[in-house]
Design a protein around this ligand. Structure first.
Ligand code: ACO
Length: 333
């Protein structure tokens, strides 16, 4: 696919270091082998070095020898990372002995490597639940300046080219934060604008979605979207954004003109911001299944360094794609 080819090309130039905490997992190893062979990124695998080497031999993966392998139980930076963990979480009451145990967990070691400047991004989740991948990321890598909430965007590649940017749209939040406040919703829109520029490669035209268009309904859920739109305009006046809009007014020009005359966005939106995770998650899956759109993501956004979560049902090529996206996000930051 064209977008993924472009992202791969730019990742090659960036040469980022991506840590894969599930270093013994077969699909992860296969993906790492391809990424190394094609020289898309530098790979850091977490796991017992002998076990990783044996598994790579069994799978006949010849490029794994070029990965950096970090043994979570025994490596030279264990003490340094443990001290950093305690420093970051001392107000939360983390003790040294708790940190010594936690740092042996690859899902904590990965974010600590990033925090210490020893890696640029992480991809995990082929064999761990979302919460277990994200919690250490939230706690140690944290969010980027100006953003307090992490969210997940999908790049939707539609069959009908008349929608969005030549058939491409970005949807958020479809993956992380169940019920954002108005200021969190504003942050999600701002973070999605960045993802749209860095990963999807086009200029965002953002619709803040609701079940109401320009006052057609009154409800506190509508007020949330209206206020979030105002906050975005105050925080980033250069963004092209409008709300509250119903989705038909946002994407269909004749309806947009009728329901929201004079709107710069109505009928032309290429970024859709959903008021809750429920609506975003349901919408992306409906578009994927009923309209046979390709859904790339979730691309996690708003973190100080990129950490992305895989579905446990992922294929090795999904891992290759997500690592490639992660490398591009690292550059965008
Ligand atoms: N952004 C930034 N930080 C966050 C966020 C967020 N969105 N959510 C939680 N945190 C922080 C908290 O502030 C807390 O920090 P602290 O320990 O310093 O106080 C820490 O992370 C843990 O917070 P909890 O509230 O305990 O969060 P928990 O770990 O229980 O849950 C999770 C986080 C797993 C992301 C939860 O919000 C969740 O389950 N979201 C839905 C995920 C999901 O199921 N998505 C749909 C499927 S994905 C798909 O279909 C593609």
């Amino acid at each position: 696919m064209e977008l993924l080819q472009q992202i791969k090309k730019s990742a090659k130039k960036l040469n980022k270091r991506i840590v894969l905490p599930e270093g013994l997992e077969k699909r992860t190893l296969r993906a790492a082998d391809i990424l190394l062979e094609e020289q898309i990124v530098q790979i850091i695998l977490i796991g017992n070095p002998n076990k990783i080497k044996n598994e790579a031999e069994k799978l006949n993966l010849r490029n794994i020898k070029n990965a950096k392998i970090v043994d979570p139980i025994n490596h030279e930076k264990k003490g340094e990372y443990t001290d950093l963990m305690v420093e970051i979480r001392k107000e939360k009451g983390l003790t040294k002995s708790e940190a010594i145990k936690l740092i042996e967990d690859p899902l904590y070691l990965g974010p600590l490597m990033i925090k210490s400047g020893d890696a640029d991004g992480e991809v995990a989740g082929a064999m761990n639940a979302t919460g277990d991948v994200l919690r250490p990321a939230f706690q140690y890598v944290k969010t980027m300046p100006g953003i307090s909430v992490v969210s997940g965007a999908f790049i939707m590649i539609l069959k009908e080219k008349e929608f969005g940017h030549d058939g491409m749209m970005v949807f958020a939040d479809c993956a992380v934060h169940p019920d954002p406040t108005e200021s969190e919703l504003a942050e999600i829109a701002i973070a999605t604008a960045r993802t749209t520029r860095t990963i999807a490669g086009f200029e965002p035209r953002i619709a803040m979605l609701s079940f109401s268009t320009k006052g057609s309904a009154s409800h506190e859920m509508v007020d949330k979207v209206v206020n979030a739109t105002r906050i975005v305009k105050e925080m980033e006046p250069s963004l092209t954004i409008d709300g509250e809009l119903q989705v038909d007014a946002a994407i269909i020009e004749v309806i947009g003109k009728k329901k929201a005359p004079g709107s710069e966005i109505a009928g032309k939106a290429n970024v859709l911001i959903f008021p809750t995770l429920e609506s975003g998650n349901i919408a992306y899956k409906l578009v994927q299944r009923l309209a046979h759109a390709e859904a790339i993501g979730p691309v996690l956004q708003g973190m100080a360094a990129p950490i992305n979560d895989l579905s446990r049902g992922c294929s090795y090529s999904d891992i290759v794609n997500l690592v490639t996206i992660t490398a591009n996000q690292a550059a965008g930051l």
